[in-house]
Design a protein around this ligand. Sequence first.
Ligand SMILES: [Zn+2]
Length: 292
Amino acid sequence: MAFDPIRERTAERRADLLLSELQITDPVDIDIEAIAMTRSALVIDGGLSGAEARLTRSPKISFIRVNAGIREPGRRRFAIAHELGHLLLQEYSQFALCTDKDLVPFYTNSPDELEASVFAGALLMPAKMFEPLCRTATPSLGYVAQQAERFQVTITAAAMRYIQFCPHRCCLVASTGGKIRYHRKTDDFGYFIAPRENLSPATYAADFFKGERLPAKMQEVKATAWLEGKRIDSSKMIWEESIAMPSYDSVLTLLWIDKDIDRYVTGEDEYDAEQQESDRGWSWNRYGKKRT
Ligand SMILES: [Zn+2]
């Protein structure tokens, strides 16, 4: 999957506009059913099987049906917000039927589904409220889980939002069935992660697929276990925190580069094209690489 930056921005703006119209300034006031009602959309639980949620648009009143089997309040809220995204952003469609995988951005390639989920994330975790909370000294999925509780969303949704605002050199990775399925980096992350590749056995994430328990906080791991590139010093370490998502046979991982991990060589011969390309537009500062 890949986000279309223009549609992503449009979805963000539409969510912001709705929140400011309703003068919502506190997470506790994000009552998703009441918000839906302001757009003449009635939320009904049940009457739906085999899918997560469904939107039926009509001129007077639209209906958002949510699978009654959803137990997690965060998942239910996200499903409603996602359908509201279909309603407000995709006027060309009278109907949307969304499975659980349509609602998780790393399982879908549909631009409409992605747009609806960006809208849902922006509505439930408004940038103005969420972004300042991301400015912590160190990144952590444990902290993301606390924000998920505060905003009443799933950890996956909160992690997706967190990586948009994270001030550190981080990457969020989702792996399914032992393979890397999705990743999203902060702008200054600076390294390549190969999608669809098998996880290195040196990663903690790989342990989940061997049936092992995952450590509850950031752990040091060899940079080369996750990152690709000739310029990486194979002795250098980065940080990894992985949490299990057993219902999807998946693991969610947060990677953090907190130091310089490149190897330095003298002599122009060693300064190869790959390094030159990746160094273009970057300079080093005390945090590592930063775009100039
Ligand atoms: Zn959908």
